[in-house]
Design a protein around this ligand. Structure first.
Ligand code: NAD
Length: 498
């Protein structure tokens, strides 16, 4: 039975009226399990109207009370963790443990955002004997988040937690591939006490996104997804006078220095390269061993470990990773594997043709390893977003650093070494937004900010941490003179500090 999903507007689920739908797969079974309505412009406008109506009261609420509601929401998410994670795995295909991590990293940001009273504090200066200046942070009004398939809980929570805590009303346009968790989160926000209309979910595709971009009532757009769409949304939102922060694709390198603990590095590469079938924006997709000896030893260790990996059903306890999200994703990744072979890379492990007993139609792809990859190959230049790891051998540290810095993308990067000098130099000079030292997936904790450089991020503020409150508030600066009774007469010169 194919379930029919909905939107969530003004505190309730509502069916789609556009007559357009998108299929939601069960990636393990390889079957369509639901269809999600794709909103028309009018449906988006109705959701914006509901948000605009609800926002003033929510924005005027004492921020500590808003924070309390968000903490109640965090409790509810924890109470429903198993159900949410199972739902997430069933549409995305990642393992249950990984789905729990997806949710957990999301609610950590909501917990942090509950500190809004502190994060929204303005500044105050006594600027002269009778002059004071202070600043306020006020909500923007209605804001929207457009999010990708690969973290259907974490990224909607990264966007909505701070936005709501700051007093905005929120419209989420989640990925059409796995919309069920965002819809459940909407119900839990309502149950926690978020007023109707303050958090809404509109499902859809380009038509819904364009309706959000065109609507002057939407003041800011936070986007996460692939780079071409990030660029389009950033440019269109900016041209319409909206705030925008748009995070795009990635090609994350890991440099392995000759002095590194190679077992530790190999374990890290296996987890960061193949975990979640490589469908993470912080996945490592390029290993850069420094020196031939390091490379030979590392590659041997990777091959050994790959033999022991278990690809299986996302709910099976012993699966290391599950299927990819959709047949189109599988075709795309297989196309990259073909291209790597054609361009002359050495295919050491081939994930194509994998079958999993009992799930003949699942979108399976096994761990794939290429050695002797070069800079000019498509598998190096482009984001694959699948369980494909490329080894590009560097002759020395400088070449390794240059590779990481010169790549078009600049999301995450890691170095494995025991040498503090090399680690410090790398962290300081590499042209990438998030750096790990002996940490393969350096996703910053909630009270730091998350964001890539170059083609991985457009806009000048990061996600979560203090930046989120800068993004979701506007600053007002008030200049006051006391006592107000002093009469100085009209002045025709520009007021200045003296
Ligand atoms: P995607 O770009 O296909 O979709 C992202 C969102 O944009 C979805 O909500 C989708 O419905 C919408 N969208 C798709 N096509 C559109 C169009 N033509 N016009 C307007 N909106 C459109 O990305 P995805 O496949 O869902 O996610 C994977 C991508 O996201 C990868 O490139 C990955 O690196 C990236 N990602 C980046 C980060 C980060 O923080 N930098 C985090 C997670 C994922």
């Amino acid at each position: 039975m194919v379930r029919e999903l909905s939107h969530y507007v003004a505190g309730r689920r509502i069916g789609g009226t556009s007559g357009r739908y998108s299929d939601v797969f069960d990636p393990c079974e390889g079957k369509v399990q639901a269809r999600v309505p794709l909103a028309s412009r009018e449906e988006v406008q109705n959701a914006v109207a509901a948000a605009e109506k609800a926002q003033p009261e929510w924005g005027a609420m004492n921020p500590q009370r808003r924070g309390r509601i968000l903490l109640k929401f965090v409790d509810l998410v924890n109470q429903n963790l198993d159900e949410l994670a199972t739902l997430l795995s069933s549409e995305h295909g990642k393992t249950l443990a990984d789905s729990k991590g997806d949710i957990q990293r999301g609610i950590e940001v909501v917990e942090f955002a509950a500190g809004a009273p502190h994060l929204m504090k303005g500044e105050f200066s006594e600027a002269g004997r009778d002059i004071d200046v202070h600043s306020l942070r006020q909500p923007l009004g209605v804001v929207a988040g457009i999010t990708p398939f690969n973290f259907p809980a974490m990224i909607p929570l990264w966007k909505s937690g701070p936005a709501l805590a700051a007093g905005n009303a929120f419209i989420l346009k989640p990925s059409e591939r796995d919309p069920s968790v965002p819809l459940r989160l909407a119900e839990l926000y309502s149950e926690a006490g978020v007023p109707d209309g303050v958090f809404n979910v509109i499902n859809g595709d380009k038509e819904a996104v364009d309706a959000l971009l065109e609507d002057p009532r939407v003041k800011a757009i936070g986007f996460v997804g692939s780079t071409p769409i990030a660029q389009y949304i950033y440019a269109t939102a900016a041209a319409r006078g909206k705030r925008a922060q748009c995070f795009g694709g990635a090609k994350n390198h890991m440099v392995i220095m000759p002095d590194a603990d190679l077992d530790m590095a190999a374990d890290a590469l296996i987890g960061a390269g193949y975990g979640s079938a490589g469908e993470r924006c912080m996945a490592i997709s390029v290993a850069v061993p420094v020196g031939e000896e390091t490379a030979n030893m590392l590659v041997a260790k990777l091959q050994d470990r790959i033999k022991g990996l278990k690809v299986g059903h996302s709910l099976a306890k012993d699966s290391d990773f599950g299927p990819v999200v959709a047949p189109s994703a599988k075709d795309r990744i297989e196309g990259y594997i073909r291209s790597g072979v054609e361009e002359g890379a050495t295919l050491l492990a081939d994930g194509r043709g994998l079958t999993v007993e009992g799930y003949d139609d699942g979108f399976w792809l096994g761990p794939t390893l290429f050695d002797h990859v070069t800079k000019d190959m498509k598998i190096y230049q482009e984001e694959i977003f699948g369980p494909v790891l490329s080894v590009l051998r560097a002759t020395d540290y400088d070449e390794a650093l240059r590779l990481c810095s010169e790549h078009e993308f600049g999301n995450g990067v890691a170095i494995f070494t025991r040498d503090g000098d090399a680690a410090r130099d790398f962290a300081s000079r590499v042209e990438v937004g998030m750096v790990g030292i002996n940490v393969p997936i350096p996703v910053p904790i909630a009270y730091y900010t998350f964001g890539g450089w170059k083609a991985s991020g457009f806009g000048d503020l990061n996600q979560h941490g203090a930046d989120a409150f800068r993004f979701y508030t506007k600053t007002k600066t008030v200049t006051t003179r006391w006592p107000s009774g002093i009469r100085q007469g009209a002045s025709f010169v520009m007021p200045e500090g003296s």
